[in-house]
Design a binder for this molecule. Sequence first.
Ligand SMILES: *Cc1c(COP(=O)(O)O)cnc(C)c1O
Length: 394
Amino acid sequence: MSHRDVYLDNNATTPLHPEVKETLAEAMDCFGNPSSMHAYGRKARGYVEEARERVATFMGALPEEVIFVGSGSEGNNTVLSIMGCPAANCACDREHKTHIVTTTIEHPCILETSKCMQGRGSRVSYLGVDRQGKISLDELRDSITDQTGVVSVMMANNEIGTVQDIEAIARIVHEKGALLHTDAVQAFGKIPINVHDLGVDFLTVSAHKIYGPKGVGALYVRRGVPFCPLVHGGHQERGRRAGTENTLGIVGLGKAVAMREREMADEAVRIAGLKEALKTGIEEKIPDVSFNGHPTDCLASTLNVSFAGAEGESILLYLDLEGIAVSTGSACASGSLDPSHVLLATGTPVEQAHGSIRMSLGRENTMEDVAYVLDKLPGIIGRIRDMSTVYTRR
Ligand SMILES: *Cc1c(COP(=O)(O)O)cnc(C)c1O
């Protein structure tokens, strides 16, 4: 089969949607400061507010409930930092309940912020997950005390795709008098989201996971919920996030959302078909494989698979030579070869976690891509296993 480039790392980031690219090019010359009162400023303000309305409408929120932030990571940092803030004399008017409840499978930007808040004197409880990556609602109920300010549970996991039952979680959190945040960066634009149906108080999204530009995201904060900025300064974003707005990024996010509104439903069906073909093909062509994550409550885009007797990093590098881009959950970027914290949290044996790769599909992938991967992958796994000193075919 002739060489082709197949990008299967859409959970890490996505290419710009062609229409987002066009819109960005048009907005490029709008350099005004949205806070300025003259025509230049008003034009930029118009762009920003149009985008805010689109993002708000798409998630069933009011425009005033949407704050533009510098990334999904910033949105998540903001919620945990303000809700866990132990400073009794802090300027914000919220009740100072500093206990945070979160899960063991969150994105590092939640886990590291939690650790930081612990260092500052907050208490943090981490909910475990079952083999498929779901939290236990009973454990959740038991973990919330009268000191719990916020519970943060991601909607869809970036590594294994498992989708939590946020509605049920919200009911429990509110019964117990706490507020609920969800990191919806992976879910947003892939599955329908309505903040009222979900019952969340805070929700984070990011543009570059939905074919928008990098370095911009949005944080939904339910009207009436106490809030205090993470970035202090000017009066931008109604005093909730200082700094001159990233006009171009915000325009890109707005357009990306508009495109999701148009394409999401059909794309979800098409991508689910690609994933099914990929999964079935792998099962048929390669022995000793297992799939990680929830069999049904899972993002259609995400396929996490373990190959016995093969290191994820080796698989990734061999696939890269063939033009295929995937990822492993391990923190190899940081120089450690620890397996994915998510897979370990689901009780995946260390060996199996080491042999895992994540393939995440996107709107540019086709059945030809799947066929190409299914042509290359069996040989790669076979070669790696042949070199392995520990693998013997079962
Ligand atoms: C990518 C991602 C983030 C971080 O978003 P950035 O905009 O890259 O900072 C947070 N949570 C999840 C689940 C993600 O997949």
